[in-house]
Structures are given as C-alpha cells and as structure tokens.
Design a protein around this ligand. Structure first.
Ligand SMILES: [Zn+2]
Length: 224
C-alpha cells in the first residue's frame, strides 16, 4: 500500500504547465494555500532573473517525494570495455527542487577537454549508440552549464590529463533526481571532442556542441 501511495505521489503531484493554457487568469510563482488540501508551489522554469519564462512547474503538497537527501551514481567502470573508468556522484539535499551536486573523477581520458552530457535514455547495451539526444524536456537550445538556456543534460566539459585522474565538480540548479526533471535512469556520456557550449550557429554546435561521438557511457542510478 505504501508503495502504491509513493507511486501515486510521484506521478500525480508534479506536472508541467504551459502557462499559455491559463491565459484567462494571472498566475505568479509562489506558494498558494488550498484550504484543507495543503499548499500549491508554483515555480517558473528556467529560473532566470529578469526573464519570465512561460513554463511553470506546479507541485502540490506533499511535494517532498523524499524528505531526506537523494543520491545517485553513474559508474563508467561497469558498463563497457572502454579504458575509461570512474564514478560520478549526484546528490540532492532538498528534493525535488533543490540544486544537485555532481562530483567525480575519471581515468583513461586523453589529455584534452571532452564533452560531458546526460542523454535521454539509459539503454547502454549498444556501445553508447541508443541513448537518444541530450536530455532536454523544455526544448531549449544546447548551451553552457552556467547558462539557464540550455539542455538540462548539458554539463560542459571534463578535462582529461596525461596519465592522471580527471576531476569534475558542478552544482546544477536545473536538473533534479526526482520528478519531471529527473536525470536518474538516463545516461551520462563522455564524448570524443570538446563541447563548444553552443557558441556557434552551426546545427552541430546548437544540438551537441560539436562534441563528436560518445566514447563512454553509464546509467545514472539511485544509491541506497
Ligand atoms: Zn546539449
């Protein structure tokens, strides 16, 4: 029964609204009381200062799917024959809307920058070929991890070092580990070339940052 309740909670309390559907009355982000039903939390997306998006996420109480921190891991060591090994940890202290802390290290990369992205699908069976596009639930162009206008899956670059460990660290406010922006079950991918962060007007730059082919991939999985 508990499991059924959790399932309903996850799939019913959070949904994405295109505010154009609600043109007849004004909606602003904030917390709204609903008498005995609890409260409604409305958040604009992406959360950009001085810019009003027409996309909102609406959460109805209880909107803490898990009130405790959630962790996930993507392990490059276990999925394929690639010489690239390492783990990338994801931690969200305040799900579902708090930032996600990403940290990890990777060995076996050539000494240059390589693109690091989250793709839509976590099916890593076919040598990283069946992973879909960069995870992009809001249909935005490819971009830098420091820009709110980007694919949620755009994590920028990881810099390989000669015979050494490549470290990566990022605090991300766009992704989540639960709900419609969740990256869990999707694939973390390292590419052959540097991501140009969408700076150029070529189709390659605007979709994958001209970052070449996947050279390693791993499923992002919940941790106990
Ligand atoms: Zn992208």
């Amino acid at each position: 029964m508990n499991l059924v309740y959790r399932f309903l909670q996850i799939f019913m309390v959070s949904f994405i609204v295109n505010i154009k559907l609600f043109w007849a009355f004004p909606v602003e982000n904030g917390v709204y009381p609903l008498n005995r039903l609890g409260r409604l939390l409305i958040k604009p997306f992406p959360a950009i200062e001085n810019l009003q998006s027409d996309l909102y996420e609406v959460f109805m109480e209880p909107y803490g799917y898990e009130l405790k921190p959630i962790s996930a891991v993507a392990s490059f060591s276990s999925q394929c024959d690639s010489p690239i090994k390492g783990d990338m940890m994801f931690m969200q202290m305040q799900p579902p809307t708090g930032p996600v802390f990403i940290q990890g290290n990777v060995t076996g990369l050539s000494a240059k920058k390589h693109g690091l992205h989250i793709h839509e699908f976590g099916d890593v069976r076919n040598n990283c070929q069946d992973l879909g596009a960069h995870f992009n639930p809001y249909f935005l162009p490819h971009g830098s991890p420091s820009s709110p206008i980007r694919h949620i899956g755009d994590l920028g670059n990881i810099e390989g070092k000669e015979d050494d460990v490549a470290n990566f660290k990022l605090v991300d406010s766009l992704m989540s580990l639960v709900g419609p922006r969740s990256v869990v079950g999707r694939a973390l991918v390292i590419t052959s070339e540097e991501d140009d962060l969408g700076k150029y007007s070529t189709p390659e730059s605007m979709t994958i940052g001209s970052s070449g082919k996947p050279i390693a991939c791993a499923i992002i999985s919940y941790m106990n």
